[in-house]
Design a protein around this ligand. Structure first.
Ligand SMILES: O=c1ccn([C@H]2C[C@H](O)[C@@H](COP(=O)(O)OP(=O)(O)OP(=O)(O)O)O2)c(=O)[nH]1
Ligand SMILES: [Mg+2]
Length: 153
């Protein structure tokens, strides 16, 4: 089965010109990896966070959003994750896509130009129109107000 294809405009900024466009690591990857468009490598010390440029601007179609998610390898091996995960890229944003990385390990971690630091997914997002009522039409649900571990371990 083929998946839907959606064309999205993308512009490389001068500091990202020599880097590849975000790309799928395998044909059926969900996310496209984002590259660090750094001039020089940087060291992320334990508990330090840094906004990393990707060198791209994208024009996401109305009705979609960009989600910037961590890479599991960086998280599991090095404790590097996206602090505001998943980062939200609004469809009307025309600034550079940036990735806020944090080092949650106890070792410094070096990020070099061209490293794949995170992944982006472009996903549909409906516009919600609130229907502000006094009482829900269906009063009971299986869960009702239960949450935060109410179903057990
Ligand atoms: O990981 C991220 C998250 C956001 N952005 C950009 C695109 C997004 O459209 C904009 C605003 O993001 P968000 O709404 O999460 O941040 P905010 O703190 O609410 O800022 P604003 O007041 O600009 O909405 O910043 C990124 O480049 N990377
Ligand atoms: Mg916002």
């Amino acid at each position: 089965m083929q998946r839907d294809k959606i064309k999205v405009e993308i512009k490389k900024l001068s500091h990202g010109k020599s880097l590849p466009l975000p790309c799928y690591a395998t044909m059926q990857s969900a996310g496209m990896d984002l590259y660090a468009a750094l001039d020089d490598s940087v060291i992320l010390n334990p508990l330090e966070r840094l906004l990393i440029p990707t060198g791209i601007v994208i024009a996401i179609p109305n009705g979609f959003e960009g989600q910037v998610r961590p890479r599991s390898g960086l998280a599991a091996k090095h404790g590097i994750t996206v602090l505001n995960s998943p980062g939200t890229i609004d469809s009307d944003y025309r600034g550079e896509v940036k990735v806020c990385l944090i080092n949650l390990s106890n070792q410094p971690y070096e990020i070099k130009r061209g490293d794949r630091i995170a992944q982006i997914l472009i996903t549909p997002v409906p516009e919600i129109i609130w229907n502000n009522i006094e009482e829900f039409y269906a009063k009971e649900t299986a869960r009702n107000e239960g949450g935060f571990g109410s179903s057990g371990r």
